[in-house]
Every structure is written in C-alpha cells, then in structure tokens.
Write a protein that binds this ligand. Structure first.
Ligand code: BG6
Length: 540
C-alpha cells in the first residue's frame, strides 16, 4: 500500500514521547537481577538506545541490584552492559554514547532476602539522587525468579523504599516480569504479595508483546480505518490464526563455533509453551484482535475491553481438551541444514545457577496448537486457531484474518478452481507489516483469477528499525502510562482459561506426547486439529 504524501522518516519514533501529556519523568531504574540474561540481552540495550536517541530525561540513572557481580561490582556492571549492548543493541554502540551511558550505571551487590542489602541500596539511591538531581523517584524492575518476588517486594516496603501512590515526583513503580506464577493459585499469591507493598496504580506487569509496534498497530488498523471494523465479526470472518513460531530451541549456540553459549532449560523445564507463550503473549494478542472498540484511549477503558474477551473465552470441556488442544515436543532435526538436538538433549550444565538436568521422559511441551472460541455476539462460532512452538522452520509471528468465501455463483462455479480466500495478514515479526490477499483477474481475454497481495512493510515505508518492545515499555513506566501493561484481573483471567488444559496434562502425564522433528511445522496432530475443520495452517 502506498501513500500520496511521503511518510515521516523517524530515527526513533519514541523520541516524540509516548504521548504529549505523558513524558518520561526523572527517576532511577533499579534492575533486580541485573546480572541475569534478560538484563544483559534486553533491558540494558533498551535503555542504552533510549539514552542514545535522547529520549530519556537528563536526570536518570540505572542501579543494578543482586548477586553475580565479580570484582569491583560497578566496573563489572558497566562491562557487562557494554557487552550486552555490543551483542544485542538495535543500534551499534558508539564511544560517546557508550561513555555517557556508563556514567549513569551503578551496582549494589546483595541478596534479595537480606535486609542489609536494601539498606545499601537505599544509601546508593540517595547518593545517585544527589549526583543526578533526581527527586527520589524509582522504577523497580523485578527481573527475578517468581519465588524471589515476595521477599523483594516485602523488603522494599520494610526498608522504606516504597512511596505513597499519590506521590507525584518521588514516585515508586514496580515492573513485574512474567511468568506471574505457574498456575492460577500461585499467580493470585504473587499478585497479593505485590499488592501488599504497591498499589495497582504503581504496578506494571510487563508482557513485551504489547510493546511490539505491530501489536500496537492492531488498534489503529481496526479503529482508524473505516473498511475493517464493519467486517470484523462472525458475519464476514471465517476464522483467525495467530502464530508465534520460533526457530531457536532452549540452548543458544555461537554461530561461529557452534559451542553452546546459554541455556534456558533451568527456567523452561516443567514450564512449557502453554505457560511461557500462550497464557500471556498469545492471549494478549488475541484480546487486541478480538476486543470491542473501547470508548476512549484511557488505559483502563482499553484494559476493560481486553478483559471482556478473556471473560468470553469458551472454557475447555472434556471434549475440547481431547480434540481442541495439541501439545508436542521437538526431537532432533535440522534447521537451515544444521543438525540440532532434541529437547531432551539440550545442553543444561554450563550455568551452575540453572543446572537442572532434563528428567528422562519429561513431558514439557515445546509446541502448542489450539482451537478457541469467543462466545460473544461478534465472534459466535468463529474459531481462533493459536499455535506456537520452538525449533520450527523460521521465526515468524502473524495474525491472519481469513474472510468468508464469496457465494459459489460467478467465478467459482467450477469447484475444481477454488478461489483463494481473502486474507488480511498482520506480520508481528520479522519484517513487520501487513498484507491483504485479494483475487484479481489475470490479464487476457479469459476470466482467470489470480491471488494478489497489497503489501505494507514498516521499515520500507517508515525507515529504520522499530524500537525494541522493551524500549517502549520502560519509557511508558517512566511516564506513568499503564495502558500496555497487564492488569491483575487480566492475568488471573488468562490463567483461569488455561488451567483446565494444565490440569488435564498433569493428570495424563504418562500418556502419549506427540513429537515433531526440529525444523518442521509441528506434529501431525496439529495439522489434523485444523484439517478436521476443513481448513489448514497458513504457510509462513
Ligand atoms: C519470552 C519467552 O517471553 O518470549 C521466550 O519466555 C520466547 O521463550 C520469547 O522465546 C519470544 O519473544 P520474541 O520477542 O523473541 O518473539
């Protein structure tokens, strides 16, 4: 799709601020678990980019907190940040910005359940406030295992590190990373203990999919164009497919040497794709795809609309548990011609903190496909097919809206020449954009029909790469905008929906677990799930 007026080429669209009325406020970002993988790969590179793009206020600093630093903790943290930025940053590191960023990095070593460590943290924060002219405002990013959340939030409160929710300048806000619990009960417990120290208005439960540009564009696409919304319902839509396909397995390898460099098995084993991807990212995307138009852009108005979708999801009954959900695990195979091991042979032992061997016969699923229904007026009878998996042939995430076929009257009278359905496909990654597949006449005297695509690609139209999801989300917390964060009730409603599946699997532990070869699109059972409905998964 093209536009008559050339679009603005924006270096970083976030530099305009998230909203003219909500600007990032001076504060210290305190990263709990700052020596960990998320901080290294995502958080520090994200903050570096924001700083380099001039989006952050001048009165800003980062304090890392936790165990794991070696030698001089601050020197170690700065070196660690630099290596993360060099490896993962959206924009390459340059000396001036690198030095400027290093200047605002600090570290406090200590354990999350040691109150002396919090006193040291407090003293450090006061010193940093004085150095940078920060008015006592803090954003605590809890990038820590779920079991550490309670000791951390309790200790923050007990040590006088949480201000009142009414506080305008010396505010405190807490970012809680997923997974929030491992089932409904534990999620409720996490939410309760966070609520003992922080008001809901101070709590930001992060789901980084909501920070992705194309996911945010869903609302604009639906509600700022007059052509889609009238068709966005059971009268015109045949079905919806939401796919999040990942090429990576649970071990990362150095592409040059093929040596393992990191493993997520310690986190993933016993968790699996349903908890890791479906309960959060995929259901959030589903909500934005299916929600009713909110009456305003108010954070809670939008979050109410999303919650209503979760509330209308048809609960899985016995029959649906057997026939509407498929789980599977990858066995060895090839990705782009390179052999890769099975899930059960992933490397687990080079990071002693996560040295959990994979139990023999583990049933942790690395793939899930499901058919879900939203029982409301708009979506009655329209299946939503969700699938996600690791070690699939490529990294690709999309939302595909397939419209109903036209009547069999004019062009498709001959059943041997079926018309391709009209499909709107929204690509979340890579190559963010969207395409609309339409039927068109092939040039020539005969009426021959050919599917064509109207394409819109973010980077070719707007230039440059979109900011990383974490950039946007960290900025929103600094600005006090909770729109893109999950509210307590939504997290719990999403758990409520997946619990029957988890319970069903738990009680059928010894039963058959389908497998798929790494580098394929999942097990045959997933194909059957959709083919039994006379449909097929979209090739990506
Ligand atoms: C994380 C999951 O939340 O999202 C990972 O824990 C997954 O297992 C990742 O790989 C996918 O995120 P993205 O942005 O790479 O699609």
């Amino acid at each position: 799709m093209t536009d008559a007026t050339p679009p603005p080429q924006v270096v970083n669209p976030l530099s305009a601020g998230p909203d003219s009325t909500l600007l990032p406020q001076p504060c210290v970002l305190v990263i709990f678990g700052a020596a960990g993988d998320l901080s290294w790969r995502k958080l520090l590179p994200a903050v570096y980019n924001l700083n380099a793009d001039g989006v952050l206020p001048a009165n800003f600093a980062v304090v890392g907190f936790g165990i794991g630093a070696e030698g001089d903790p601050e020197e170690w943290f700065r070196a660690r940040a630099r290596s993360g930025i060099e490896k993962f940053s959206r924009r390459p590191i340059d000396e001036a910005h690198g030095a400027d960023f290093a200047r605002c990095l600090f570290y406090v070593s200590g354990s999350f359940n040691d109150s002396r460590a919090y006193q040291q943290l407090k003293a450090k924060l006061e010193a940093v406030d004085a150095q940078f002219g920060i008015p006592g405002a803090r954003v605590y990013y809890l990038s820590i295992p779920p079991t550490m959340v309670q000791p951390a939030v309790d200790a923050l409160k007990a040590n006088g590190l949480v201000s009142s929710p009414e506080e305008q300048h010396a505010f405190t806000r807490v970012i809680v990373e997923k997974p929030i619990g491992r089932d409904l009960e534990s999620a409720e417990a996490v939410n309760r203990c966070v609520a003992n120290s922080f008001a809901e208005s101070q709590t930001y439960r992060i789901d980084h999919y909501l920070g992705k540009e194309t996911v945010q564009n869903l609302m604009v696409l639906r509600f700022a164009n007059s052509i889609f919304e009238p068709l966005w319902n059971q009268k015109y839509i045949d079905h919806v497919q939401i796919t999040v396909s990942e090429e990576e397995g649970l071990t990362q390898y150095d592409p040059a040497t093929n040596e393992p460099t990191a493993s997520r098995i310690g986190y993933y084993e016993g968790v699996g794709a349903l908890r890791d991807m479906v309960q959060n990212h995929m259901l959030q995307v589903l909500c934005l795809t299916a929600m009713e138009p909110p009456y305003s852009l108010g954070a809670d108005v939008i979050r109410d609309s999303k919650l209503a979708v979760l509330k209308c999801l048809r609960p899985f009954d016995e029959n649906a548990l057997e026939h509407s959900v498929v789980r599977a695990q990858y066995i060895e195979g090839e990705i782009h011609g390179h052999p890769v091991p099975s899930y059960r042979h992933e490397v687990v032992d080079f990071d002693s903190r996560h040295n959990i061997p994979i139990p023999n016969g583990t049933t942790t699923e690395t793939f899930v496909a499901m058919r879900v229904f939203i029982d409301n007026w708009r979506w009655a009878g329209v299946p939503f097919y969700l699938r996600t998996g690791k070690r699939l042939p490529k990294r690709a995430s999309e939302i595909a809206i397939q419209f109903k076929a036209v009547p069999n009257i004019l062009f498709n009278q001959n059943q041997n020449v079926p018309l391709e359905p009209t499909v709107l496909s929204i690509r979340v990654q890579p190559e963010e954009g969207l395409s609309l597949r339409l039927a068109s006449k092939l040039p020539g005297p005969k009426v021959r029909i050919y599917p064509v695509k109207l394409e819109f690609n973010y980077s070719s139209l707007f230039g440059g790469e979109s900011p990383e999801a974490y950039e946007r989300l960290i900025l929103d917390v600094m600005a006090g905008d909770p729109t893109l964060f999950m509210r307590r009730d939504a997290v719990e409603a999403a758990w409520e929906f997946v619990m029957p599946v988890l319970n069903h699997w738990e009680h059928s532990r010894s039963r058959f677990l389908p497998q798929y070869q790494a580098g394929t699109w999942g097990p045959l059972e997933a194909d059957r799930l959709i083919e039994n409905d006379g449909r097929s998964w979209r090739p990506l």
